[in-house]
Design a protein around this ligand. Structure first.
Ligand SMILES: Nc1ncnc2c1ncn2[C@@H]1O[C@H](COP(=O)(O)OP(=O)(O)O)[C@@H](O)[C@H]1O
Ligand SMILES: O=P(O)(O)OC[C@H](O)CO
Length: 496
């Protein structure tokens, strides 16, 4: 009977359970979407209980489909949409409000107020982040301020906070274990990434009692065992935790300082490993904890793009000009260029490097000759231009000239997009055989903790390239196209 690692990838739009074998290959997968709530413009929420039941459902489905028994699971790795905030009552185990999602802008008022008090630099200095609604800290404050009775309960020590990893470990362990890992803690605006401690001063400013917070642990160790009633009569070690973007960096085997990956999912997230050195950004990047493994923490520089694959979903569900995401490639390649059309998908503001919450989407360069094909191509190209914005910031901050960019996520199946990406960066783009690098990263972290894999070296050897896209565009053309994009972004930011 073979042994496997079970990876639970709890993403923004769906929950996945993936079984990996010792070669790091996918044996079986199960996936379930769940409801997105948009109670007000700019707000995005999830039902934390539905997330939990979706996880139970995919665990059971993946085991059934693979015909694998629970005692063939050597360990469980958890990876998650980051920053999304759950607050629950520790006496009942029930959330007191919906999970406030990373994309949600409902704490813009709180952030603005704190920025106006001149506190941005303090938060940036200690957490590597900035005062934007994206991060968990102001979401916790919002819940405590807005849910009746919440503040009093929190002060009495009856409430717990967690990002989705914390919530899932809590549930899987039958309410016994309240932990998170370094990578998730570093996205909360409350964790000092240099001292590796919850920061009393920041907690005080946000009005969040320390008693609510999970214990912060390394990304690869046995945190708890699943209670047997959830796991079909078996206690299985939960042995790895990382936020999904850091997990993807690990799954892409970017173990050396200067190695980077870009994930094209709902949003786009580029992370560069900076080793044991935390690089403070001058160019709008985030400094974040990559993971804690082998008794030390390592850092990463991150560029966060809020809208990427979700712009393709918008073409499908909002404009209804494509029937499915892969079709975007066929339309885009029917024309040779966008004929000067630029689309800036600032649907929820702009993240790195602009950090402009108030910007909204715009299209430029329309003529009577603009067709649906141009429009679709411009939308795909916007993912590549936003990535160039981020990579330029990364090169400026780190001084490292990237040799290749490793890519993953749902949209990298789009060959047109990958080729255009390489053209516009002037850097080769490597797409690996296993595209589920997020889940793979969590599996590796869990597998290392239970001795399923020996060390990072063994893991690094498993990374396999599927295809390299190399630059086919002349420098002058690249400069001209990118200058057009920069003008479009500038104009977008003027119109508010
Ligand atoms: N062939 C494609 N071309 C462009 N975008 C695609 C393609 N296939 C999927 N996508 C986009 O990729 C995203 C899904 O990627 P995934 O990594 O599963 O996202 P997440 O983990 O954020 O839910 C969707 O937003 C979808 O629009
Ligand atoms: O769920 P994803 O893949 O869209 O990732 C979301 C990020 O973790 C947000 O920071």
């Amino acid at each position: 009977m073979g042994q496997y690692i079970l990876s639970l990838d709890q993403g923004t739009t769906s929950s996945r359970a993936i079984l990996f074998n010792h070669d790091g290959e996918i044996v079986e997968t199960a996936q379930r979407e769940f409801e997105q709530f948009f109670p007000k413009p700019g707000w995005v929420e999830h039902d934390a209980n539905e997330i939990w039941t979706s996880i139970l459902a995919v665990i059971s489905e993946v085991l059934r489909k693979a015909d694998v028994e629970p005692d063939q699971i050597a360990g469980i790795g958890i990876t998650n949409q980051r920053e999304t905030t759950v607050v629950w009552d520790k006496n009942t185990g029930k959330p007191i409000y919906k999970a406030v999602v990373w994309q949600s802008r409902q704490t813009e008022g709180i952030c603005k107020d704190l920025r106006e008090k001149g506190l941005n630099d303090l938060f940036r200095e200690k957490t590597g982040l900035l005062l934007d609604p994206y991060f968990a800290g102001t979401k916790v404050k919002w819940i405590l301020d807005n849910v009746e009775g919440a503040r009093e309960k929190a002060d009495n020590g009856d409430l717990l906070f967690g990002t989705i990893d914390s919530w899932l470990v809590y549930k899987l362990s039958g309410g016994k274990t309240h932990v998170t890992d370094y990578s998730n803690a570093s996205r909360t605006l409350m964790y000092n990434i240099y001292d590796l401690k919850w920061d009393d001063e920041l907690l005080d400013i946000l009005g969040v009692p320390k008693s609510m917070l999970p214990e912060v642990r390394p990304s690869s160790e046995v945190y708890a065992k699943t209670v047997d009633y959830h796991f079909f009569g078996k206690e299985v070690p939960i042995a790895g935790i990382a936020g999904d973007q850091q997990a993807a960096l690990f799954g892409q085997a970017c173990f050396e300082s200067g190695m980077a990956k870009n994930t094209y999912g709902t949003g786009c997230f580029m992370l560069m490993n900076t080793g044991e050195k935390a690089v403070r950004s001058e160019n709008g990047l985030l400094t974040t904890l990559a993971w804690g493994v082998d008794g030390k923490v390592e850092y990463a520089l991150e560029g966060s793009i809020f809208v990427a694959g979700s712009a393709i979903q918008w073409l499908r569900d909002g404009l209804r000009i494509i029937e499915n995401a892969p079709e975007s490639e066929a339309f885009a390649t029917k024309v040779d260029s966008t004929d000067g059309v630029y689309l800036v998908p600032a649907f929820v503001g702009l993240g790195t490097p602009y950090w402009d919450s108030d910007a909204r989407g715009a299209v430029f360069g329309l003529t009577r000759g603009t067709s649906k094909e141009h429009f679709i191509r411009a939308t795909l190209e916007s993912l590549a231009y936003q990535t160039k914005d981020v990579l330029d910031a990364m090169i400026a901050d780190s001084g490292i000239d990237l040799k290749t960019l490793r890519v993953d996520g749902g949209a990298v199946k789009n060959n047109f997009l990958m080729q255009f990406q390489s053209d516009i960066l002037g850097v080769p783009v490597d797409r690996p055989v296993v595209n589920e690098t997020t889940a793979l990263g969590a599996a590796y972290l869990a597998g290392l903790a239970v001795g399923y894999w020996k060390d990072k070296e063994e893991i690094g050897k498993q990374w396999q390239n599927d295809r390299t896209f190399t630059n086919e565009m002349e420098e002058a053309k690249r400069k001209e196209l990118y200058a057009g994009w920069q003008k479009a972004v500038e104009a977008t930011r003027v119109f508010k």
